[in-house]
Design a protein around this ligand. Structure first.
Ligand code: GSH
Length: 262
């Protein structure tokens, strides 16, 4: 049974990598303590790690992407959770976001490559929620597909978790580095100017979230800024709030811009 080692210093990272046999698949999980999907991903990875033992074939490490920013920069980590699979210093695959299915598939694929067969013997039905989607148990999935009421319930459950994925969540068009709409661009600039740490979700990448959130929030447009699971508003409201109380996002200010929730 394998365990996931938390790497806390760069020295520890270097010696861990240096000690690995060239055939070992290194599975690196980047996380941030404030991003809720990372907690769910940690549970998924813990389960997977018991299936893919550290017998020289796999090695599991976990890294705080903000604390060890030099390492995250090396791997271009701009969002968490973020999983990297590498062997012999070569990155084989990276999975951004909290899809348990994608993570399992990636690990199965790259263990298969050396073993000829997957190390996995049984399926884990990890149920997680995150920006990339809710992995539902098969029964619920079938029911939700056929029953619009169930489907909406599932979507709203997902949205309920998504709006709390980080203490400050920005639902925007595009990403902070490439906003796809002027309103989103302006809101990113306001948050950046104030060094507010926030998670973001690109609603252009998921029409279900784009349309569903309008109804869930009872708010017809984007950007939407959510703080501690409550909708504050769009660009105009945030501007107004900051005019009234320039400190209203103070609790969320950090030394530098945070890493996003993917
Ligand atoms: N005055 C709004 C401007 C936002 C806005 O009008 N957004 C539009 C255009 S980007 C929108 O999201 N429309 C709905 C959609 O595209 O789904 C605010 O304060 O946020």
């Amino acid at each position: 049974m394998s365990t996931i080692k938390e790497i806390t210093t760069e020295d520890e990272w270097r010696s861990h990598v240096a000690a690995l046999p060239s055939s070992t698949l290194l599975i690196i999980s980047f996380h941030a303590p404030w991003a809720a999907p990372c907690g769910q991903m940690a549970t998924v990875l813990k389960t997977l790690a018991t299936e893919y033992p550290a017998n020289g074939e796999t090695s599991w490490v976990s890294i705080n992407a903000e604390e060890l920013s030099d390492i995250s920069e090396t791997y271009d980590v701009t969002a968490v959770p973020y999983l990297v699979l590498q062997r012999n210093d070569q990155v084989l695959e990276a999975v951004s976001g909290s899809s348990a299915v994608k993570v399992r598939t990636a690990i199965e694929t790259h263990t298969k490559n050396i073993n000829g067969a997957s190390a996995s013997t049984n399926g884990v039905s990890a149920s997680i929620t995150g920006a990339e989607g809710v992995e539902k148990p098969a029964d619920g999935e079938v029911e939700a597909e056929t029953d619009p009421v169930k489907a909406k319930e599932e979507l709203f459950k997902r949205l309920g978790e998504l709006v709390k994925a980080a203490p400050v969540m920005l639902f925007m068009k595009g990403t902070p580095s490439a906003p796809q709409c002027g309103f989103s661009r302006q809101l990113v600039a306001l948050l950046r100017e104030r060094s507010v740490k926030y998670g973001f979700f690109n609603i252009l990448a998921d029409d279900e979230v784009r349309q569903g959130l309008k109804e869930y929030a009872d708010w017809p447009t984007f950007p939407q800024l959510w703080v501690d699971g409550d909708l504050v508003g769009g660009l105009d409201i945030i501007k107004e709030e900051l005019d009234n109380d320039p400190d209203f996002l103070k609790a969320h200010i950090v030394a530098k811009e945070g890493i996003a929730v993917a």
